[in-house]
Design a protein around this ligand. Structure first.
Ligand code: GDP
Length: 192
């Protein structure tokens, strides 16, 4: 898959703000700081189209990036900031839930987890919920450049066990080295 064009289209908090559902979408989920923006930027060869390091507590939105005029990358609001209030957390849940339930053009969800750490409680809840709802999804394990090869295989095993996914459902990725990039681009090509 060659990315020839990419543009930020809009940010939404509710369905009437979403772009028209006329092309396929791939959505990225994961805790804040896991590397969602970096993954988008790496795949589309842009330094900073997707905003990196969103501030804790800042209004969270669903961000739509249109690629090759043919499909959307959808950056879902990150979870996992201890400081956000109960209300903010509920709002987050509703926002994601609504998007996932309504979006008929959604092809696949990529659940990002940090390869350096065991999946968090929220990572596990998110995955359980995606499975329960039967949404097609894979796990992308990010920041692979930050650990040794030895630690990597141990951590992959933990991810497989705690999230209940197979080897084929995990892509190891690094925005730093580009590892996993080709694999993800091929995957998109198959999905579209
Ligand atoms: P987001 O909140 O999920 O969009 O996360 P960001 O993409 O903003 O990344 C959070 C931080 O992790 C930033 O400082 C990134 O530079 C860093 N980061 C993201 N991906 C990688 C990676 O693959 N390798 C390394 N070394 N750092 C990364």
């Amino acid at each position: 898959l060659k990315i020839k064009k990419s543009e930020y289209v809009l940010s939404a908090v509710k369905p009437d703000q979403y772009p028209e559902a006329n092309v396929p979408e791939i959505a990225l989920a994961g805790r804040s700081n896991v590397g969602k923006s970096s993954l988008i930027n790496t795949l589309i060869n842009r330094r900073s189209l997707a905003r990196t390091s969103s501030q804790p507590g800042k209004t969270q939105t669903i961000n739509f990036y249109k690629i090759n005029d043919a499909w959307y990358f959808v950056d879902l609001p990150g979870y996992g900031f201890a400081r956000v209030s109960h209300d903010a957390r509920e709002e987050w849940g509703r926002m994601i839930n609504t998007y996932l339930e309504q979006r008929t053009v959604l092809k696949e969800i990529w659940q990002l987890v940090d390869l350096r750490h065991p999946p968090s409680e929220q990572d596990q809840q998110m995955m359980q919920w995606l499975n329960y709802k039967n949404y097609p999804c894979i796990v992308v394990a990010t920041k692979a450049d930050k650990i040794s090869k030895n630690q990597r295989s141990k951590n992959v095993k933990v991810i497989k066990e705690t999230l209940g996914v197979t080897e084929e459902e995990i892509v190891i990725f690094s925005a730093q080295t580009g590892e996993g990039k080709e694999k993800l681009l091929q995957r998109i090509e198959q999905l579209l």
